[in-house]
Design a protein around this ligand. Structure first.
Ligand code: ADP
Ligand code: ADP
Ligand code: MG
Length: 648
């Protein structure tokens, strides 16, 4: 292979990763070419690139996943290489092949390596042959429920069912005992079929007190391979990473060396070239041990959390990707790599921790991302941009680097405290609570950490009522602008002798609420909730519908009462089951005429990466089913109508 400097790159992605790749490409003097869907016409990655090409409508299947349109754009722009980022086409061997056929360099591993690692069952068999320890389990071809249940019993509960084509935590179910196995299997297979078009699963031992520790590997096309140490991604919710760090707390040198070796072996076993990550699951019950970790999968792409590795090694992994893609050897060997300090990354999402972390969409009315010593922020949005339901709702990654783990976590917590997002709800407060959690800071955690204390980590602030009072004051001021005067100036002949009390109805995060205003000559004072001091951080932002109060990483929405809302509620009578968000209706479990009991599952909607069961709010009878399984549904769409006892 000869070295050929790549002078231009098309980035087949969007959002923060497209922006991040463009930044390095520009530093290397490359011409940058963006592609975008119609929804992303004005996106940041488009603005940053030297040129941009539209590749279709908003849904990813019609734009960012269209190999033909992306290659057309590459040919039209003369792009010499294509960087796929992560997600989308990054792990599609047919895309890597199509690039090669078009004479365009794919910045990633050979198609054969992607394919070899693409299915978890085959990957496990392959690396096991190379001497890498794998999680005990069944990863063969048989899929009949009775057989798999028997395998699960033989492995020993708890077990984990995984989609062989899996990714992003989809199609994965932990099963505690034999009685729950059949249901979990059916649901995992359904989710796998919907997400990957492949219902096949494997069953493996659920490792106890699990720590997710992964190794960044890099190989060039000349047979050189190194690892860039580990990342600990054990802070997860629903098998999805929330906070990642490097190095792993409590990592002994001998375990690091053993894991690094195993990762490099796994990469070599598939003839790997470029950046990859080998994920291991470790039994954390007695700390990390050389014989206590097992291969889970290899991600054949740049990983979301790669910045923590960049922070501790001082190397730009995207630059390495371009160098390797152009045929150069790795810039340094294993002996030239060292760990400097500690780095932590938090994934800032537009989601609502108070309502099951459902994605939260809409315009970003304010966006203040932190800066400062040791802080890096990777984002793909600006204030005024819109978080749409079409793509991953990540707003930014906040990365903190320090001399020690404590310093890195302090910097992260402080940076999150200075992060302000208005519009969509976000997980900032949740992330900050995690960065400050004592047990986590002490290094005592595993992948169950978040779930064990979800209530504590999402607990309302003690200053919530005070923050709401600030919002009410802003709402009153808005409803009674100074020019119009206070209600007190009303020409009703009333003389101001004593304070007048007024009930002030408003809408608080979608629910009707009431405050009492005490009007005096100096204006209103507000009575609402528990008295107490104002929170340390407080900002009130005007929105078309009312005001948004930002306080301690949380957003509270206040608006005037909507006279029509009452009527709608009345018509609904609690019998209408609506889609809680944009998504895909994956199952309808009832038919007209069925009687249902309160809490019974009626339908399942899948949005982003999760299934959400819709349950009956009351006992009743199914009057109408207005949608079909398989259909895309819009947020608020009426799916099922029940005749409930109340409404009857
Ligand atoms: P990583 O292992 O790089 O940290 P994740 O495990 O979080 O990444 O996600 C796995 C892959 O799924 C990533 O490539 C990511 O881009 C992709 N992904 C993330 N969110 C979504 C989504 N809502 N729909 C489809 N793919 C997604
Ligand atoms: P994905 O493709 O969705 O990333 P992985 O196989 O990497 O799937 O697993 C995702 C997460 O599920 C891991 O990070 C880990 O927290 C958990 N997990 C996977 N396998 C096991 C196991 N055998 N025991 C315990 N936890 C596991
Ligand atoms: Mg994984």
């Amino acid at each position: 292979m000869t070295t050929r400097r790549l002078a231009s790159v098309l980035i087949a992605n969007r959002g923060e990763i497209a922006c991040r790749v463009i930044r390095t490409a520009k530093r290397l003097g490359m011409r940058t070419i963006a592609v975008h869907s119609e929804a992303d016409r004005d996106a940041l990655h488009v603005a940053l690139a030297d040129e941009a090409h539209s590749i279709g409508p908003a849904p990813a299947a019609e734009s960012y996943l269209r190999i033909d349109r992306i290659l057309d754009a590459a040919r039209a722009s003369g792009a010499e290489c294509i960087h796929p980022g992560y997600g989308f086409l990054s792990e599609r061997p047919d895309f890597a092949e199509a690039c090669a056929e078009a004479g365009i360099v794919f910045v990633g591993p050979p198609a054969s390596a992607i394919r070899a690692m693409g299915l978890k069952d085959a990957a496990k068999a392959l690396v096991a042959k190379a001497g890498v320890p794998v999680v005990p389990g069944y990863h063969g071809a048989r899929q009949d429920p009775d057989f798999l249940a028997a395998e699960a019993a033989a492995i020993g509960f708890p077990v984990l069912i995984k989609a062989v084509a899996g990714g992003g935590g989809k199609g994965m179910r932990r099963v505690e005992g034999p009685e729950a196995f059949a249901d979990a299997l059916a649901s995992a297979q359904r989710e796998a079929q919907n997400a990957f078009g492949d219902p096949r699963v494997l069953v493996e031992k659920y490792v106890l007190s699990p720590r997710h520790v992964e190794i960044q590997v890099f190989c060039d096309a000349h047979g050189n391979a190194v690892h860039l140490f580990e990342r600990d991604c054990s802070l997860q919710r629903r098998h999805q990473k929330v906070i990642e760090e490097a190095p792993a707390p409590g990592m002994p040198e001998d375990v690091r060396a053993a894991m690094g070796r195993a990762a490099v072996e796994a990469a070599k076993a598939v003839g790997y070239v470029g950046a990859g990550t080998v994920e291991f699951i470790a039994d954390g019950r007695e700390g990390l041990r050389p014989d206590g970790f097992w291969f889970m999968e290899m991600n054949t792409r740049l990983q979301v959390e790669h910045p923590v590795t960049e922070a501790i090694t001082g190397h730009d992994l995207v630059e390495w990707q371009f160098r390797v893609a152009s045929g150069e050897t790795l810039p340094v060997g294993q002996a030239g790599l060292a760990i400097h300090g500690h780095a932590v990354e938090a994934r800032l999402y537009a989601e609502d921790p108070d309502h099951g972390f459902l994605p939260s969409t809409g315009p970003l009315r304010a966006l203040d991302l932190p800066e400062g010593e040791g802080i890096r922020v990777d984002t793909g949005v600006r204030a005024g941009d819109r978080v749409t339901p079409f793509y991953d709702p990540m707003i930014a990654k906040v990365i903190a680097h320090g001399a020690t783990r404590t310093e890195a976590l302090d910097r992260l917590a402080d940076a999150l405290g200075r992060t302000r997002v208005a519009g969509p709800k976000t997980n900032v407060a949740f992330l900050k609570a995690l960065a400050e959690a004592e047990e986590f800071r002490a290094g005592r955690f595993d992948t169950g950490f978040i779930d064990r204390d979800l209530a504590g980590l999402t607990a309302p602030s003690p200053h919530r009522d005070a923050a709401i009072r600030a919002g009410i004051r802003a709402l009153v001021a808005r409803e009674n602008p100074p020019a119009a005067g206070s209600p007190w100036d009303a020409a009703d002949g009333f003389q101001l002798s004593e304070a007048r009390r007024q009930v002030f109805p408003f809408v608080l995060d979608g629910e009707p609420a009431e405050a009492v205003l005490q009007w005096s000559a100096s204006g209103p004072s507000v009575e609402y909730g528990q008295a107490g001091p104002e929170p340390a951080s407080l900002a009130v932002i005007e929105a078309p519908s009312g005001v948004l109060v930002l306080s301690e990483g949380r957003q509270i929405a206040l608006s005037p009462p909507d006279p029509f809302a009452v009527d709608l509620d009345h018509i609904d009578q609690g019998g209408t089951i609506k889609a809680p968000m944009h998504g895909r209706l994956v199952a309808v479990l009832v038919a007209p005429g069925d009687t249902v009991v309160r809490g019974q599952r009626l339908a399942v909607v899948e949005a982003m990466k999760m299934e959400h069961a819709l349950t009956a709010p009351a006992d009743g009878t199914v009057a109408e089913v207005a949608a079909e399984a398989g259909q895309q549904v819009a947020e608020g769409a009426r799916l099922i109508t029940l005749t409930t006892e109340d409404a009857a």
